[in-house]
Design a protein around this ligand. Structure first.
Ligand SMILES: Nc1ccn([C@@H]2O[C@H](COP(=O)(O)OP(=O)(O)OP(=O)(O)O)[C@@H](O)[C@H]2O)c(=O)n1
Length: 421
C-alpha cells in the first residue's frame, strides 16, 4: 500500500471531519505497479483548515489551494478540491474556485489515467474510466481534448510523454487535438518544455513519444526542435540504451547533424543549465572533433581524451560512440571497463604527479608568469602520460625550456613570456 506517512495524513483529515484522497499520478502508478514518486492528496478542507490540522506545514501554493504537509520525514502536497486547471501560463486564473465535490476536482485534470482518486482503504473513485484506459493502454483527455489543451498547453507534451513512459497510445480524439492545438505551445515557458522533453527522452519508450510528436508536428512552434526530432527519429531506440540525459541529448544532436554551434543554440533555447550545456558540448566535441579510435594501434586518441577530460566523461563519450556506430546490446559495460583500464594504465594522470611544478619552470626559465606555464605543464604531462617520457626534473626542465621556445615562436608572444629579460 502507499506510504504509511501519507495514510496518517489522510486519517488526520478524516478525523477532523473532511474527505481526503490520494489523487493523480500516485494512483495511476500504484495501479500500474510502477514505483510511486510523489504522493498528492486532495481534500475538501480549505487551506486554512489544512494548516491548522498540520502545524508542520509549508504554504507552498496557497493561491492554488496547496499546502505541503510534513509528517515523519515525508512531505505531501495537500490541495483543496478546485475547479480550474490553474497551471496555464497564458490563462492563469487570478483566483481559484474551490469546490466541495471530488468529482469536480477530478474533472479539471488532464487525462483520465490521472483523474482517479483513492481513499485510505484502497477504494477507487474513477468517474472518467481511467482504469479502463489504463488497461487498454490509452492516454485520453478528460472530456474535450481541445478544452483541456487550451487550459494548459503543456498537456500536449504531457500526452506524448506519458505515452512514451507507459508505452500507451493516444485515443483518436486526443491525437487529433494534439495536431490541432500544437500552436498553443508557444505560450509555454521553454523551461517547462524542456522538463517534459527530458522526461520523454529519458523514458523507456522514447521512440514511441517521438513518433507521436512528429506525427502531430507538435513542436512546429520550435522549428529547430521540430527538425531535431524528425532527423533523430531513427536513433530513438539507441537513446534508450544510454544512461545520462547529457548522453541522450548529445546523441540526438549528433544524429540530427547539428553543428556544435547549432547544438548549443538549441540547448540554450531550452534553457538548460550551464553544467548540462557544458557536458553536452564536451561530449559532442569529443565525438565529432577528436574522434577517438577503437583501433588499439591508434588508441592514443582515447588516452589523450582520458588525460584531458577524465574517465567519467570518457565513459559517457564511449557510450555515445557505441550508440552512434553500433546497435550494440550488452557490450556497453565491457567497453566502459576498457576505457577505465586505459585510464588506470596511464603512468601519470594529473599535473600534481609531475616531478616539476610551475614554480620550477619559472626558476628554470627566468621568465615572468603567464599562460605559457599552464601550456607547458600540460605539454609535459602529455609527454610523460602518453609517450612515456621520464618523469624526472632533469628531463622535464630540459623539455620545458624547448616547449617554451616553441610556444613563444607559435604565439609570437615573446615580450609577455620573457618579461624579465
Ligand atoms: N498540466 C497538468 C499537470 C498536472 N495535472 C494533474 O495534476 C496531477 C499531478 O501532476 P504532476 O505531478 O505534474 O504529474 P503526475 O501525473 O504526478 O506525473 P509525474 O509525477 O510522473 O510527472 C496529474 O496527475 C494531473 O491529475 C493536470 O491536470 N494538468
Amino acid at each position: 500500500m502507499l506510504k504509511e506517512q501519507a495514510l496518517y495524513v489522510l486519517a488526520q483529515l478524516e478525523e477532523n471531519g473532511y474527505e481526503a484522497f490520494f489523487v493523480g499520478g500516485c494512483v495511476r502508478d500504484w495501479l500500474l505497479k510502477r514505483p510511486v514518486h510523489d504522493i498528492d492528496i486532495c481534500t475538501n478542507a480549505q487551506p486554512c483548515d489544512i494548516m491548522r490540522i498540520f502545524p508542520d506545514h509549508i504554504p507552498t501554493g496557497l493561491q492554488h489551494g496547496t499546502v505541503s504537509v510534513k509528517h515523519d520525514g515525508a512531505i505531501f502536497e495537500v490541495t483543496t478540491y478546485r475547479a480550474e486547471a490553474a497551471y496555464s501560463d497564458h490563462r492563469r486564473p487570478d483566483e481559484v474556485r474551490f469546490v466541495s465535490d471530488l468529482r469536480e476536482d477530478l474533472a479539471r485534470r488532464d487525462f483520465t489515467i490521472n483523474a482517479m482518486a483513492m481513499d485510505r482503504h484502497g477504494r477507487l473513485s474513477d468517474p472518467f474510466s481511467g482504469q479502463t484506459d489504463l488497461l487498454s493502454g490509452l492516454v485520453r483527455t478528460v472530456g474535450s481534448a481541445q478544452e483541456r489543451f487550451t487550459e494548459d498547453a503543456l498537456r500536449l507534451l504531457r500526452a506524448a510523454r506519458f505515452a512514451a513512459q507507459l508505452q500507451f497510445d493516444l485515443d483518436s480524439k486526443t491525437e487529433q487535438a494534439l495536431a490541432d492545438c500544437a500552436d498553443l505551445l508557444r505560450h509555454i515557458a521553454p523551461e517547462r518544455v524542456r522538463v517534459e522533453l527530458c522526461k520523454l527522452i529519458g523514458s523507456d519508450y522514447p521512440w514511441h513519444g517521438v513518433a507521436i510528436i512528429n506525427r502531430a508536428e507538435l513542436l512546429r512552434v520550435y522549428p529547430e526542435l521540430d527538425q531535431l526530432f524528425k532527423l533523430a527519429a531513427p536513433y530513438m531506440h539507441r537513446v534508450r540504451k544510454l544512461t545520462s540525459l547529457a548522453e541522450k541529448w548529445a546523441l540526438l544532436l549528433y544524429a540530427s547533424g547539428a553543428t556544435n554551434e547549432a547544438a548549443l543554440s538549441l540547448v540554450a533555447l531550452l534553457r538548460m543549465s550551464n553544467r548540462e550545456r557544458d557536458k553536452i558540448a564536451l561530449l559532442l566535441h569529443i565525438v565529432t572533433e577528436m574522434r577517438p579510435s577503437w583501433d588499439e594501434s591508434e588508441s592514443i586518441g582515447w588516452e589523450h581524451a582520458l588525460l584531458r577530460y577524465g574517465p567519467e566523461t570518457c565513459v559517457e563519450a564511449n557510450h555515445l560512440l557505441q550508440a552512434i556506430w553500433w546497435e550494440q546490446d550488452e557490450a556497453t559495460d565491457s567497453h566502459s571497463q576498457s576505457v577505465i583500464d586505459t585510464y588506470e594504465r596511464l603512468p601519470v594522470k594529473s599535473l600534481k604527479e609531475l616531478a616539476v611544478t610551475g614554480k620550477d619552470l619559472l626558476t628554470a626559465t627566468d621568465k615572468t608568469a603567464g599562460p605559457w606555464i599552464a601550456h607547458t605543464l600540460q605539454h609535459l604531462l602529455e609527454q610523460v602520460a602518453l609517450y612515456h617520457k621520464p618523469n624526472t626534473p632533469e628531463w622535464l626542465l630540459a623539455e620545458g625550456r624547448k616547449e617554451v621556445e616553441r610556444y613563444e615562436h607559435q604565439t609570437g608572444n615573446t615580450e609577455r613570456v620573457s618579461g624579465t629579460s
